[in-house]
Write a protein of this length. Structure first.
Length: 210
């Protein structure tokens, strides 16, 4: 039992490490957290976790070969780049609205949608989760429900990090006026576009256009 708890703890720790880098999901969390508070921010992370769970399930049931289909990966990659550019443009062009009485439910659903799309339409996820899953198996040739459930604790760590980041954004918005919040949100939008440029460069490089 103690060894099993250590395994689950390691999975949670891995999830925390995986969620820490500042990627498109985290940037969108920051933007929404500054504008609308905790739940609007955390919904993005939750949507991303649902997409990650889907990738993990596909991996578990033997569909990790998807990453070998280069045409599909390229389509997903460019779709992800488009989403990043659109999201960054939307962030820069639309000023923050701190009136939390407007559309809270819609904001939460929108966050789930964007988090899901940003995490799913990312070729890195489709290639990354099979690698994580394979590495976690060690020398065991068996892939079953037990291994799948163990690896879902990676998502627990990801969600814990998301709760911390969402709380920080929600707490911080109390100490900044609207001009500073808009500046921080637009900065996040610029970073999202730069992330899209980087992703596009890697896609073109992979297709030997660069």
């Amino acid at each position: 039992m103690q060894n099993y708890l250590l395994v689950l703890t390691d999975k949670i720790y891995l999830g925390l490490l995986l969620a820490a880098p500042l990627g498109p999901v985290s940037l969108e969390m920051i933007r929404r957290g500054l504008a609308s508070g905790f739940w609007s921010s955390f919904s993005v992370r939750l949507g991303g976790a649902i997409a990650n769970l889907l990738c993990l399930a596909l991996t578990c049931f033997g569909l990790s070969q998807l990453h070998k289909f280069s045409a599909l990966m390229n389509i997903l990659g460019f779709l992800g780049v488009f989403l990043l550019f659109y999201l960054g443009y939307k962030t820069i062009s639309n000023p923050l609205n701190l009136d939390s009485s407007k559309g809270e439910g819609k904001s939460f659903r929108s966050g789930l949608k964007w988090g899901f799309y940003l995490a799913l339409f990312n070729p890195v996820s489709l290639a990354f989760w099979p690698g994580i899953f394979a590495a976690s198996l060690g020398d065991s040739p068996n892939i079953g429900l037990k291994e799948f459930l163990e690896n879902t604790f990676i998502l627990v760590g990801i969600l814990l990090w998301g709760m911390g980041l969402s709380s920080l954004c929600s707490f911080g918005r109390r100490f900044f006026d609207i001009n500073k919040l808009n500046f921080m949100a637009k900065t996040a939008g610029i970073l999202i576009i730069l992330y899209g440029v980087k992703s596009c460069y890697h896609m073109l490089e992979r297709l030997h256009f660069i």
